[in-house]
Design a protein around this ligand. Structure first.
Ligand code: ATP
Ligand code: MG
Length: 425
């Protein structure tokens, strides 16, 4: 072994995703594409970097994301840029920038890709993670809230993930929230010395955020805080009741969590979270809500909107534990169905022809280029190949290739075109 000139490892909290885990990711993404597509959502791809201001103005300066977690830098032209910490801001920007509000409403999009937050890496929490999410523009009816939540649950079911629970709440509109914020300040005011430094900042900027704090003492104090449901205006109340009535009618199980406020400033009215009992502390797999004011704040026409995002890493972890996953890995765990061992240059061309034919029929074929026949066969066995086909000089002349089924031990000779038939015996 030569001494390495350099050694590298990936950045803390920014891991690789390797096969076979990527197979799970593909499965989750195809379930999403299928379910979202059937609900009229088309994919949008927005940049991973945006002007920092975009996130500041949407997610909000009082949020943890903007206050502590953004990957921000100044580019060579002196522009303030951030890696996206979430997907909604970019999609709303694109929606306004490309004048999509002129298209017939509702406009529906889904997205997937990496997000970046400078958090403390731990189980279920990374600095680069991936989300798959959906956004719907131009629907104010509570029916759309229910439909969106049901689409999310249908996607998770289609992906094969079970044991999830849905929590719903309404955080009202700016009017009901103003009254609620005052009630919260009145409640938390006397507790300020006991609250964490972040919550002291939140008290001034946005006391709702205190309810989202993960510090134990803050959670304890927050347990007796006033509930937003007691401050909802009649319209917000009616909207929320309609959403819940539709979910009930559709037999979608949910629980109202009157303490859920969500960590982003742009939400109005309906908010929701999907949790798993199997993930430990980081138990949220998806979350979303309505954001009726964001499009107009970004210079678009007044456009009610709503969306959600699901965390791919947490979904993949759950799926890995499902029995279904084990079947999947047995079928597609990287084992070649056919391993071709060519001996000599002329056999190499024949191996390529034969592999090409099989691959065009969707068969997974490996050609063993390097090493002696013995080492090729050893490799085929290690890789878990089902069938080995040997092409040497004699085989080239006769057109009949030697084969061996590594599982059953059967062997024989066969013409190239007949090889696929051996797999379906
Ligand atoms: P949490 O309460 O776990 O911090 P959040 O409210 O910050 O979540 P959202 O911004 O709503 O999360 O993002 C939606 C989903 O994205 C989460 O439910 C989670 O599955 C995933 N997610 C968020 N942050 C991370 C992270 N740092 N690492 C891995 N997944 C994440
Ligand atoms: Mg978070």
């Amino acid at each position: 072994m030569t001494k390495p000139r350099f050694t590298f490892s990936s950045l803390k909290g920014i891991p690789d995703v390797l096969p076979p885990e990527t197979i799970l990711w593909n499965k989750i993404e195809s379930a999403a594409c299928e379910v979202f597509g059937s609900c009229g959502y088309d994919e949008i791809r927005t940049p991973v970097m945006e002007p920092s201001e975009l996130f500041l103005r949407s997610i909000g300066e009082s949020s943890d994301i903007v206050a502590k977690e953004m990957y921000s830098f100044t580019d060579k032209g002196g522009r303030g840029i951030s890696l996206r910490p979430e997907g909604t801001a970019g999609v709303v920007r694109a929606y306004v920038e490309h004048n999509l509000p002129v298209r017939p409403a509702p406009q529906k999009f889904f997205y997937r890709g990496p997000m970046f937050r400078y958090e403390r890496p731990q189980k279920g929490r990374q600095r680069q993670f991936h989300q798959i999410g959906a956004e719907c523009f131009g629907a104010s009816h509570p029916g759309m809230d229910a439909e969106l939540v049901m689409m999310l649950m249908a996607f998770l079911e289609k992906a094969g993930i079970s044991g999830l629970s849905l929590e719903m709440n309404s955080i009202g509109c700016p009017e009901c929230r103003a009254a609620f914020k005052e009630r919260l300040r009145a409640y938390f005011g006397p507790h300020l010395p006991e609250l964490c430094p972040d919550c002291n900042r939140r008290f001034e900027q946005n006391p709702l955020r205190i309810l989202d704090c993960k510090v134990e003492r803050c959670i304890e104090i927050g347990a007796d805080a006033p509930l937003i449901s007691e401050s909802l205006c009649p319209e917000c109340r009616r909207h929320f009741d309609s959403v819940l009535a539709l979910l009930t009618a559709m037999k979608t199980p949910y629980a109202v969590n009157p303490r859920m406020v969500r960590g982003l400033d742009y939400y109005t009215r309906t908010v929701f979270e999907v949790k798993s009992g199997r993930l430990g502390a980081q138990n949220a797999v998806a979350a979303g809500g309505r954001y009726d004011l964001l499009v107009s704040e970004f210079g678009g026409p007044e456009t009610p909107a709503l969306g959600f995002a699901a965390g791919m890493e947490r979904l993949a972890k759950l799926l890995a534990e499902e029995t279904l996953f084990k079947d999947l890995m047995e079928k597609t765990g990287g084992q070649p169905e056919v391993f071709i061992a060519p001996l000599g240059d002329a056999a190499g061309a024949a191996a390529l022809v034969s592999a090409g034919l099989m691959r065009s029929r969707g068969i997974r074929v490996e050609i063993g280029w390097d090493g002696s026949l013995k080492s090729k066969l050893r490799r085929a066995d290690k890789m878990g190949a089902k069938l080995v086909v040997i092409i040497g000089e004699d085989e080239l002349k006769s057109g009949m290739y030697k084969w061996k089924d590594l599982k059953s031990g059967e062997s024989g000779e066969i013409g190239a075109a007949e090889i696929p038939g051996l797999l379906s015996r």
